[in-house]
Design a protein around this ligand. Structure first.
Ligand code: ATP
Ligand code: MG
Length: 407
């Protein structure tokens, strides 16, 4: 193992479990700083594997693959939260791993995650853990209507059911395979936001500004970031809660904390992601340190200086849907094609990038995925400007050109 008291300087090899877009953008940030990168992902075409110095194409729990990664690297991170915690634990016996298997295990399990929030003294949605028929029967009526969420392996709104009555709750639990679940009371949301923190080995904790997020169909669609996008008090509260959650885990690495802002202005923590997050992508073009550079700095034990946002920013998520809408020849304001309609369209056509990039302050990020599918994250467009109004104006024009609904 490398000397734990010395930072890993450029020239060292850093590794990541998972080869998706988050791993790819992390590899780009690491390489820009002079590091070598290694990716472990079973997919030979994985977005991160395609751009990395080393690509180990094995399963996450393959002993040989893990041994190869450990031999190549001086530090390892993960880019998806459902990485087997066991893989992280095995690697941690040999080299520096951040975040820890313990922190990832908590983020993987909604019930443990909620218990952690409560322990940290941050507000959570009223909820009940349902692991057994007895716990199901004991659920209080005050949690209905609610959202039933599987405790593990949910993402982008998958593994969730809205339930209005006790009958729907009982049927819903059966639909979800009677897996361990959390039932959350349905809350009146005024807005959603998130905060990204980066915490180093010495306990230094820095954050990016509060991000305001718009979801469509359970998937992040738009993130808007500038001072005043949420009230100063709310922003302060969200940042303090995000720091408390990271401190409570003795977290090392980049952590995203997602929040709900309720109709009465109250703030509630929803969930955490133990890695850079889709809502932090604007930082690549709008901040002096991006969330991916923060991840590299945490792994290498380099100093964490407070990031500064230098431009108001909007991020538009580019889902596979866009590759099909162009082929439909639909006018930009028409509704999105349905999954069935898109699936029948054959080869997708590239969206009109030249038209998008003709707009000032647009930054295109595509993940190199070969096949576009409805709902698949293919890339994102960051828009930076000198004022929030300008950023919004350009973002709305870009959305119109791409055939995305206005926001
Ligand atoms: P991801 O991991 O992609 O962020 P997820 O599948 O883990 O998503 P959640 O973040 O729990 O799911 O929920 C997805 C969306 O559903 C939220 O962003 C929010 O819009 C809505 N939602 C979730 N829980 C509640 C709630 N208790 N009350 C009202 N709306 C909710
Ligand atoms: Mg979420």
């Amino acid at each position: 193992m490398s000397d734990p008291l010395k930072p890993l300087l450029p020239g060292a090899t850093l590794g990541v479990l998972g080869g998706g877009q988050l791993g790819r953008m992390w590899a780009h940030a690491a390489q820009r700083m002079g590091y070598h990168t290694a990716v472990l992902d079973p997919d030979p075409q994985s977005p991160a594997g395609l751009v990395s110095h080393h690509h180990i194409c094995t399963d996450y729990l393959d002993p040989q693959g893990l041994a190869q990664l450990a031999a190549l690297c001086q530090a390892v991170t993960t880019e998806f939260e459902n990485v087997p915690a066991d893989a992280l634990a095995q690697l941690a016996a040999k080299l520096f791993v951040s975040p820890s298997a313990h922190a990832v295990a908590i983020a993987q399990d909604r019930a443990r995650e909620k218990a952690h929030f409560v322990q940290c003294g941050v507000p959570v949605a009223p909820h009940a853990v349902i692991d057994t028929p007895e716990q199901l029967a004991a659920v209080s009526d005050s949690l209905l209507p609610g959202i039933l969420k599987t405790s593990r392996l949910g993402y982008d709104g998958k593994g969730q059911l809205r339930v209005r009555t006790r009958e729907e709750l009982n049927a819903g639990w059966a639909t979800l395979g009677r897996l361990p679940c959390v039932l959350e009371k349905m809350l009146p949301l005024a807005a959603e936001c998130s905060v990204i923190v980066a915490r180093g080995r010495d306990g230094t904790c820095v954050h990016l500004p509060v991000q305001r997020n718009l979801h469509r169909g359970g998937i992040l669609a738009v993130t808007e970031v500038w001072a005043g996008n949420v009230s100063a008090e709310l922003a302060q509260e969200a940042v303090a809660a995000a720091h408390a959650v990271a401190e409570g885990l003795r977290y090392v690495g980049v952590l995203c904390v997602e929040f709900f802002v309720l109709a009465d202005g109250a703030l509630v923590v929803n969930e955490i992601a133990p890695r850079p997050h889709n809502s932090g992508h604007y930082s690549q073009d709008a901040c002096d340190v991006s969330q991916f550079e923060l991840q590299v700095r945490c792994m290498a034990d380099l100093p964490l200086t407070p990031p500064r946002q230098h431009s108001p920013a909007i991020m538009l998520n580019l889902l596979g849907d866009l590759w099909f809408s162009q082929q439909l020849g639909s006018d930009p304001n028409s509704s999105r094609p349905t999954e069935g309609a898109a699936a029948k369209r054959g080869d997708p056509v590239a969206p009109p990038w030249a038209q998008v990039l003709a707009l000032p302050g647009t930054h295109l990020h595509l993940y190199g995925k070969r096949e576009a599918r409805v709902g698949r994250k293919m890339g994102h467009l960051n828009i930076t400007a000198t004022t929030p109004e300008q950023a919004r104006s350009v973002a709305l024009q870009a959305a119109a050109v791409l055939g995305m609904a206005p926001f």
